[in-house]
Design a protein. Structure first.
Length: 543
C-alpha cells in the first residue's frame, strides 16, 4: 500500500502496517460481531463512500471477514437445523436450555459492565463457565427424566431422545469450532506466517462474486482519494475522534504606511505545507522519526444529506454523476464546479502522522478562507486510537486451549440467546449474494460513510500515558508550525500581525488531554471533560 510522503512521490508503507493488518485479520475470525459489522458497514452497501483506513490494508481485513462469514454461514445453517429439530422433538429440554442460556449470558454481561475497561477477568470467566456447565448438565439430566416419565409410548420417548442428541450435537460443534479458530490463528496469523499465504478467499475474487466490485473499488481508492461523503454529524470519518478544534478570524490591516500585497488562501496553504513538511527532517521532536512518514493531501468533505440536496448542481453532478454508483473518490480540484467556493463541499488540507507501529494516528484538518479584508482559519485535530487489546493476536493466542474449551462451553450454554443473531447473519449473507438492497436513492446512508475498517477496531482510549502525550505532541507540533506559517505570510504581505498573534497565543496555551480542554494552563488527568462533543457521542452510540 503506497502512501504519499510530504514533498515526495509515492513511497512504500512501512512493514509494521502488516502487523496491524495481521491483528485485525485474525480478530474477524475470533469476534463474529466485529466481522459482521465490517461487512455490513463497508461492503453490503455498494454505493457507500469509502473512508480512509490509515495504518492497515482494509482489503485484506475485509477478505478475511468474508472468509470467516462464509464458514459461519455453513456452520450456523447446520446448528440452526439441529436446534429446530431439538425444539420440535424435545421442547422441555430447549425451554430449560433457553432459561439457562439467558441466565448465563445475563450474568456475563453484568460482570462485563462491572469490569469496565478491563472486561471480564479470567477468574470470573472460569466461574461463569463452570456454573453454567453444571446447570447445562443438570438440565440435560432433568430433561431425560421428564421425557422418560412423560412419554410412555416408545415413539414419543424416541423423539425426545433424538432432540437431546441434536442438542448435544449443537454443543459439540460449538466446542470444536473454538479449537478450529485457534488452529487457524496458529496456521495463518502467526508473525512468521503472515501474509505469505494471502487472503482466505480467492484473490482476485471471481468476477461474479457479489463483493468483487466493492473490494476492487476499496483497493483502487486506497492511494487516490480526495473526496469523502459522510453520513451523520462528524465529517472526519476514518480519522477517529475529534480531539481538539479551534478557529481564528481576523481583519487584514496594513502594517504601517506600506501598501500590502494581495493575500490569497493559496499563498497561506503553500507556506503551511512547507513548514509542516520541514518536520520530516531527522531530529528528536518526533520519537522514531515519525514525521518522516508524514502524509499530506487535499480533501473535500461533504455530508450525504447535502450531496443529495445539491445533487443537480454542477459540483453535485461531479461528485455523484450516477445515483446507482458510489460518490467519486477523486475529483480534479481545478475543475470550476469543484474549485469554486461552496458551502456544502468544503476543502481541507489534511496532515496525518502514524506512530506506535501504526496504532495511533493523528490527523489535522486545516481550512483557510480569505478576501481582501478578512482571514479565517479552521483547525481540527483528530486522534485514531489504538486497536482494542482483545483484537491483538498475542492476546487471542495466549488465552490457550483451556480458554478455548471454556469459550466453547459458554457458546453452547448461550446458544439459544444467539439464535436471532445467527439467523440475521444467514439472512444478510443471502441478501448480499442476491444483490438485495434496503435503501432508496434518497436515503443519505446509501452514500455516506459512518466508520472505516480501522475505526471499528479502535479502542475508546489510549492504552498508555506515553501514547496520550505523543498524540498531543504531534498535534501541537503541526498546530504551532501552522500558526507560525500564517504569521510569516501576513508579515511578508505587509499586513499587521498583532491581532493574529494574540489569538494564536490563546490557541498555543490550550491543551487537551483525556478529553478535557483547558485554556491558559496544562492539566493532566483521567477523563477530564469540559464540553460534550456531539459528533463523538453520536458515533459512540452508533458503534
Amino acid at each position: 500500500m503506497a502512501v504519499q510522503h510530504a514533498g515526495s512521490g509515492p513511497v512504500q508503507a512501512p512493514a509494521e502496517e502488516h502487523d496491524t493488518t495481521r491483528h485485525l485479520s485474525a480478530a474477524v475470525h475470533v469476534d463474529e460481531v466485529f466481522a459482521d459489522a465490517l461487512i455490513e458497514e463497508c461492503l453490503a452497501e455498494p454505493t457507500r463512500a469509502i473512508p480512509p483506513s490509515p495504518g492497515i490494508d482494509p482489503v485484506a481485513v475485509l477478505a478475511e471477514a468474508l472468509a470467516g462469514r462464509r464458514t459461519r454461514v455453513l456452520r450456523d445453517s447446520v446448528l440452526l437445523g439441529l436446534f429446530g429439530l431439538a425444539l420440535l422433538t424435545n421442547f422441555p429440554l430447549v425451554l430449560g436450555w433457553a432459561v439457562v442460556g439467558g441466565f448465563g449470558y445475563g450474568t456475563y454481561r453484568a460482570l462485563r459492565r462491572l469490569g469496565g475497561r478491563d472486561r471480564l477477568r479470567p477468574g470470573a470467566t472460569v466461574l461463569v463457565g463452570v456454573l453454567s456447565g453444571q446447570l447445562v448438565l443438570a438440565v440435560l439430566v432433568l430433561s431425560l427424566l421428564i421425557t422418560t416419565l412423560a412419554y410412555l409410548d416408545g415413539a414419543a420417548f424416541g423423539a425426545a431422545v433424538v432432540g437431546t442428541l441434536a442438542a448435544l450435537a449443537v454443543a459439540a460443534m460449538l466446542g470444536v469450532d473454538r479449537f478450529q479458530v485457534r488452529a487457524l490463528l496458529r496456521d495463518r496469523f502467526a508473525p512468521e506466517k503472515y501474509p505469505a499465504q494471502g487472503p482466505a478467499i480467492p484473490w482476485p475474487p471471481a468476477p461474479d462474486a457479489w463483493y468483487a466490485p466493492r473490494l476492487g473499488l476499496i483497493a483502487a481508492t486506497a492511494n487516490r482519494s480526495n473526496v469523502l461523503v459522510h453520513d451523520g454529524f462528524d465529517p472526519f470519518v476514518g480519522s477517529g475522534e475529534l480531539a481538539h478544534a479551534w478557529s481564528i478570524a481576523i481583519q487584514l490591516r496594513p502594517a504601517g504606511s506600506a501598501t500590502p500585497t494581495p493575500l490569497t488562501a493559496g499563498a497561506i496553504l503553500e507556506k503551511v505545507r512547507t513548514e509542516i513538511a520541514d518536520l520530516a527532517h531527522p531530529g528528536t521532536l518526533a520519537p522514531g522519526g515519525r514525521f518522516s512518514g508524514l502524509q499530506h493531501s487535499e480533501e473535500y468533505l461533504t455530508s450525504a444529506t447535502s450531496l443529495l440536496r445539491h445533487g443537480r448542481e454542477p459540483a453535485g453532478t461531479v461528485v455523484l454523476p450516477d445515483p446507482e454508483q458510489p460518490p467519486r473518490a477523486w475529483v480534479d480540484p481545478d475543475q470550476p464546479p469543484v474549485g469554486a467556493a461552496s458551502e456544502w463541499l468544503r476543502p481541507y488540507q489534511v496532515f496525518r502522522v502514524a506512530s506506535w507501529q501504526q496504532d495511533l494516528v493523528v490527523s489535522s484538518y486545516l481550512h483557510v478562507a480569505c478576501d481582501d479584508r478578512t482571514l479565517y482559519l479552521e483547525w481540527n485535530a483528530c486522534a485514531l486510537n489504538p486497536i482494542k487489546e482483545e483484537y491483538r493476536y498475542e492476546r487471542m493466542w495466549l488465552r490457550g486451549g483451556g480458554f478455548a474449551l471454556l469459550s466453547g462451553l459458554a457458546d453452547a450454554v448461550a446458544f439459544p440467546v444467539t439464535v436471532p443473531r445467527r439467523a440475521r447473519t444467514l439472512f444478510r449473507a443471502a441478501r448480499d449474494a442476491a444483490g438485495w438492497r434496503r435503501r432508496t436513492p434518497d436515503d443519505p446512508s446509501r452514500y455516506g460513510a459512518r466508520f472505516s475498517v480501522r475505526e471499528l477496531a479502535a479502542d475508546e482510549h489510549r492504552h498508555t500515558y506515553l501514547q496520550e502525550v505523543d498524540g498531543l505532541r504531534y498535534t501541537k507540533l503541526m498546530e504551532r508550525r501552522t500558526l507560525a506559517a500564517v504569521d510569516h505570510v501576513l508579515a511578508e504581505h505587509g499586513l499587521e500581525t498583532e491581532e493574529f498573534a494574540n489569538q494564536a497565543t490563546t490557541v498555543v496555551q490550550s491543551t487537551v488531554i483525556n478529553g478535557g480542554q483547558f485554556s491558559g494552563t496544562t492539566v493532566v488527568g483521567q477523563d477530564n471533560t469540559t464540553r460534550v462533543d456531539k459528533g463523538k457521542e453520536q458515533r459512540r452510540e452508533q458503534r
